[in-house]
Design a binder for this molecule. Sequence first.
Ligand code: ASP
Length: 605
Amino acid sequence: MRRTHNCGELRQADIGKKVCMQGWVRFSRDHGGVEFIDLADAYGITQLVFDPEDITSGADKNSISESLRSFTRESAVSVDGIVRKRIEGTEDPKNRTGEVEVLITKAEVLNRSKAPPFELGDQKEGVLPGEEIRLRYRYLDLRRTEMIEALRFRHRFISAAREYLDKNGFVEVETPMLTKSTPEGARDFIVPSRVHPGTFYALPQSPQLFKQMLMMGSMDRYYQVARCFRDEDSRADRQPEFTQLDMEMSFVDMKDIQEMIEGLVVHIWKKIYNKKLKAPFRRISFDEAMNKYGSDKPDLRYGLPMVHITDIVKNAPYEIFQNVLSKGGAIVGLNVTSDLRMKDGEDSIGRNEIDRLIHFVKKSGLGGMTWMRATKDGLDSNIVKYFTPDVLSELKKEMDVKEGDLLLLLAGPKRNVLETGGLLRKKLAEDLGLTDPDDFLFAWLVDCPMFETDPASGKKDAFHHPFVMPTTPLDIENVGGASFDLILNGSELGSGSQRIHDPEVQRKIFKMLGLSDQKIETDFGFFLEALGYGAPPHGGIALGLDRVISILLHRETIRDVIAFPKNKKGQSLLDGSPQKVDDEKLEELQILSIAIDDINIEDIE
Ligand code: ASP
């Protein structure tokens, strides 16, 4: 290699060395005939200098000067030079190479760049263009320090995971991309087969069935950095293809899987942050999470639980509550204690702020919000007159009220109240600054249900997926499932479960989900057959890699930790996909070509 050093490498100790540096011209500026160039690469930025008056280097000034004219921004260049100390007072302490510079003795353009469509400097200093431009020119966006850091961090995370899994006997196995549909609750991307016209493969929503069949194939411990595909409607932070750290183990129960994952996270923490993370992680049941925090992935870095007060206030002649209760609704309260609100002697939730919170609550579908303040004389509010002293004192007890506290009360249909309470809790935590972004609190959501009912259609769906082992008899109202989620600071990082290994139980679950015998046979016949050949007890989990990395790096979207993501509408702005294909190709696949623009509705009718 001609290059002797990268752009993040030179220090005081290198002063006097002859070096060859190669990279991209980030900035150049002329200071009275002396030219300064910031040379950048994946490792850092080094300052280059060309001083035509300087005679110490003995370089061919004319030739250098000629070459430097082609040193346009983002051109790939090569320079030879001598490392020297920067003039006193011009050092850059923010840059690791900021004490030195390279005096150019030879300059060469390797590939001249067109004017870049946006500034690639540090995001905090420069102004980033809209994301669409960054995605359109992703190869340029990737040259930015932030993006380089994200991909390196992601690599380190995966390497540490591989190291741990390898040490624990896991084998990395690739499962097929062209498959029969693997149901994870989303729509499949389908791929037409040319050889078998009219038939289709599906891209895997996850390797679920294959990893289970690996266990049936005696693989014992499997993992994969697996690409998953889900054809979902565009949602803020979803990608049609994303990556999971996917695992499966045989002859285990839920606790074994959870312990393995705790070990994995602890190992990664040690490797990346050199910190000892505390395990086992806290366990919280689905019911507690929903009832106390209004979310199946609660942020447990702060308290602010919802307290159910329906029974306490049910007889109070307060019309709003009575209306809600007559329809079977619920009433909950949040105690925003004074220590959370008082900053420098000032209450951060004054009257105006309460109005804003009421507005917030209304937006999520509740009629409004009632509130009370605890003064030294007791609870104070324009509605206390509806409550007897006994009710008020019970309320105080149940909500652990002290002088100065503020009670926010929500009433409405139970599901709506819990969800809104969860959102309100989160908003309060943000507004009151209750979380430390560098405090990472892992927990397990456990005791999950087996099914959930779609409120719109009333249809029963698998809470996790249909392969979860039921933990209670199937003939009861609320069947429990052996699934669990790893949660971190209010996000779900992944789900796992003990799987069904008895084909008859599996068949029953499919039936309970409304699948006909025929559908079960055509979609899952092969899988039920496999379960029938001595499938071992097994279970596993998959962690959403993009999400974990974006949380750890405090990036707003998972797109910022994926090299080539799609935009919010599922398009790749870089290569223009998805695209129409030539009619010829469609004919080959024996797929009808439909030019949507040409369709005349009347013709169809
Ligand atoms: N396949 C599941 C998912 O993608 C994870 C698992 O159960 O292992 O959520």
